[in-house]
Design a protein. Structure first.
Length: 357
């Protein structure tokens, strides 16, 4: 992340006050009360698309402060999901995530250790870094019977049957038909939805239906709890830092929870910001299958759902054109280059759709 200066929203100012208190309490607990008197400096960081993130500096100590976006219509509690996942990750022997130091549910503010690392670019993704992502999943799977795992919520948009996967993507496609605006880029986006996304949705939906019928696959059959996985959700190298040539730190788990392992594999394969090259994906997919209760069935579900998830990620790329997506980016200050961002996201959706079978 890079430094960025911008006006704080009034709600953010209130949450910064809560963050100051959390940082102060952390310093006092460590016997550094003198640093509290010297003040705490907050510096906003860029890079987040949903939340407001700051570097907090007090004396020689640095923390990362995260303010979670929330609105009344949200069906998924980002703060609760991430802090529950952090409690689970704290028990892992290998430290692949920043430590959660303090949190306030009332203010939806969390404080983490500040980790210095480099953001990933596609050329940084190697067989070794993909193996670290796979190893992280294996460690999470080994913790599935712990109290911390039991406390995890369902992942955001968790799906446990083929019918649920179809319904989830269908709803995303439906919302995109409401894109409005007078700017040329907004009209182009709506035209893309009507002329490309909608036909692709119908073709994909029908193809999955035919395949389920041909293979006597019950699309309404729900995964048993033992067949579900602990998913970091929105997992990929866009939410990771390179600390050394062979060490990766993963972060941002606000959508984490229990989910279909096939969805985890498909999401990882479709990430937009820092995509993984096709030839590097098989070992990760194999690791997801190996960690599941029924590897062969999981592989079958991944193959069945892969085209559907490419379409879903086209829809995700176009979230910036919808009111909810715009509101999140205004909160995180990712709207500061809005026009360029809209063009970029439409381009990503067009590119990803071209990869549809």
């Amino acid at each position: 992340m890079t430094d960025a200066h911008s006006r704080l929203l009034p709600e953010s100012e209130l949450r910064l006050a809560a963050a100051r208190l959390l940082v102060a309490n952390r310093l006092i607990a460590r016997g550094d009360a003198a640093e509290v008197a010297n003040g705490i400096e907050f510096q906003r960081l860029s890079g987040g698309a949903n939340n407001a993130v700051f570097r907090a500096v007090a004396g020689g100590q640095t923390f990362l402060v995260k303010q979670f976006y929330h609105q009344a219509t949200d069906t998924h509690d980002r703060f609760a999901a991430e802090t529950a996942f952090a409690a689970l990750a704290a028990n892992l022997k290998t430290k692949r995530t920043p430590r959660l130091l303090a949190a306030s549910a009332a203010s939806r503010v969390a404080i983490y250790e500040f980790v210095n690392g480099l953001p990933f670019a596609p050329h940084d993704i190697t067989p070794q870094t993909v193996q670290q992502a796979a190893a992280f999943l294996g460690e999470l799977s080994a913790c599935r019977d712990t109290p911390e795992a039991a406390a995890l919520p369902m992942a955001a948009e968790a799906c446990f049957s083929i019918s649920e996967h179809l319904a989830c993507v269908g709803e995303r496609v439906r919302r995109l038909r409401s894109i409005a605006g007078n700017a040329n880029i907004e009209r182009e986006a709506l035209q893309f939805v009507e002329s490309k996304i909608l036909p692709a949705w119908e073709q994909t939906r029908q193809a999955i239906g035919r395949r389920c019928a041909d293979e006597a696959f019950d699309s309404d059959q729900t995964l048993a709890p033992c067949e579900r996985c602990i998913s970091p959700s929105d997992f990929g190298f866009h939410n990771a830092m390179l600390l050394a040539p062979d060490r990766v730190m993963f972060f941002d788990f606000e959508y984490a929870g229990w989910d279909d392992p096939a969805k985890l594999a498909c999401d990882f394969s479709c990430q937009l910001e820092v995509p993984v090259a096709e030839h590097l994906l098989p070992p990760f997919v194999q690791a997801v299958c190996a960690a599941s209760a029924h590897a062969a069935q999981t592989a079958q579900r991944i193959a069945l759902l892969a085209p559907l998830y490419r379409l879903k990620w086209c829809c995700i790329a176009l979230n910036v054109f919808l009111p909810a997506g715009k509101a999140r980016r205004e909160f995180s200050c990712a709207h500061l280059q809005a026009a360029r961002n809209l063009e970029s996201q439409l381009g990503k959706a067009e590119t990803l759709l071209q990869k549809m079978p």
